[in-house]
Design a protein around this ligand. Structure first.
Ligand SMILES: Cc1cc2nc3c(=O)[nH]c(=O)nc-3n(C[C@H](O)[C@H](O)[C@H](O)COP(=O)(O)O)c2cc1C
Length: 361
């Protein structure tokens, strides 16, 4: 393993990493009242030997808190809560960025705080249902189409949340433009049927994402700004459309012009989702000069292979980090990696199935 890239120090933008292994963002629904807490600080602190941690999806707005018990970063109590998390990770020499996830139409009024609304680019109802703590599974509602003013307000919320993240001690911000949430809802011509300059052409559909990325980069530094994308992903009712390749070709060129630190690509084919063609990964790799993070079904061998070939600069790993807090050490030393994911405890409150997975002894 002397030529290993996986365990070699790395850098993305201004963030220096002790190895090339990233913890993928994972919602765990432990933020009671949408405020990060000591339990979450323990969880992230346990995993600080990863080169970089990307937090669970965190809302920049009361309107983006679509799931039960997900955290926000739009008020002072949330900033104070997140300080506990960033301190726990930094005390162990780790690095941590926050994923900003505005759920948009993947939401329910029962999950939102008083006065918040289910907003989306257009009033297009997603198929399916979601969990609510008070009335269990519920159909997704039809969202309210955002007015021009609400689009501007959402943009401002991303900027304020990013500044809050830096105040809370984060090393950077990842914009969640994947998996069917608000930013991707603007990208797709199925969820976005607007007739103003945020809908219609590829350029118009990418406008909101690019404006948010540009304004966040200006506010906190392009070298501390990343984005997650899921071309050909279908999560949260995002059917394929004919222009996908061209759209992500354009988007990745424009993101390259902004000079942000990284693009983080999702490929959920290992979880049964449709295959993400290698061609789109290659196109984005060619268009985008800074860090490319790949994620989805990686183990040590596949991660090393994609780093060595230059397809990826960093490898993000999700589920194995839930079960193995010391995954980096286990991979490095070829220790056993436990497959024992307690799926029924992924989103339940409390420490069970969260902070009680043991390290290798
Ligand atoms: C419990 C759980 C929660 C997740 N939450 C998020 C999230 O908040 N934001 C996100 O972008 N992806 C989320 N994902 C997707 C992961 O980041 C990752 O893409 C996926 O698990 C595939 O990587 P893996 O095969 O290494 O697990 C979640 C996945 C799991 C298993």
């Amino acid at each position: 393993m002397s030529n290993s890239k996986l365990f070699a120090p790395a850098q993305t933008g201004a963030i220096k990493l002790s190895n090339s292994i990233v913890i993928a963002p994972m919602t765990r629904s432990r933020a009671i009242g949408n405020i990060p807490n000591d339990l979450m600080a323990t969880y992230y602190g346990q995993r600080a030997t990863a080169g970089l941690i990307i937090t669970e999806g965190t809302s920049p707005s009361p309107n983006g808190l679509g799931y039960s018990r997900i955290p926000g970063i739009f008020n002072q109590a949330q900033v104070e809560g997140w300080k506990k998390v960033t301190s726990a990770v930094h005390a162990k020499g780790g690095k941590i960025v926050i994923q900003l996830m505005h759920t948009g139409r993947i939401s329910h009024a029962l999950n939102l705080p008083e006065g918040a609304q289910v907003l989306a680019p257009s009033a297009v109802k997603p198929a399916g249902q979601m969990w609510t703590d008070t009335q269990q599974m519920q159909d997704f509602p039809t969202p309210k189409a955002m007015t021009g003013e609400e689009v501007a307000q959402a943009k401002a919320e991303y900027v304020t949340a990013s500044k809050n993240a830096i105040a809370a001690g984060f090393d950077g911000v990842e914009l969640h433009a994947a998996n069917g949430y608000l930013l991707e809802q603007f990208l797709s011509p199925i969820s976005n049927i607007r007739t103003d300059n945020y809908g219609g052409s590829i350029e118009n559909r990418c406008r909101f994402v690019l404006e948010v990325a540009s304004e966040v980069a200006q506010a906190i530094g392009k070298d501390r700004t990343g984005i997650r994308l899921s071309p050909y992903g279908v999560a949260s009712d995002m059917p394929h459309y004919p222009e996908i390749h061209n759209e992500y070709d354009y988007l990745s060129k424009e993101l390259n012009k902004l000079g942000i630190a990284y693009i983080h690509l999702v490929d959920h084919s290992a979880m049964g989702a449709p295959v993400v063609p290698l061609a789109i990964k290659q196109t984005i790799r060619d268009n985008f000069k800074n860090t490319l993070i790949l994620c989805g079904g990686y183990d040590k061998e596949r991660g090393e292979k994609d780093l060595q070939s230059g397809l990826a600069n960093l490898i993000a790993i999700g589920k194995p980090f839930i079960v193995n807090p010391d995954l980096v050490e286990r991979m490095k030393n070829d220790w056993e990696i436990s497959p024992d994911l307690k799926a029924d405890l992924l989103y339940t409150p409390g420490e069970k199935g969260y902070t009680d997975y043991p390290v290798h002894v």
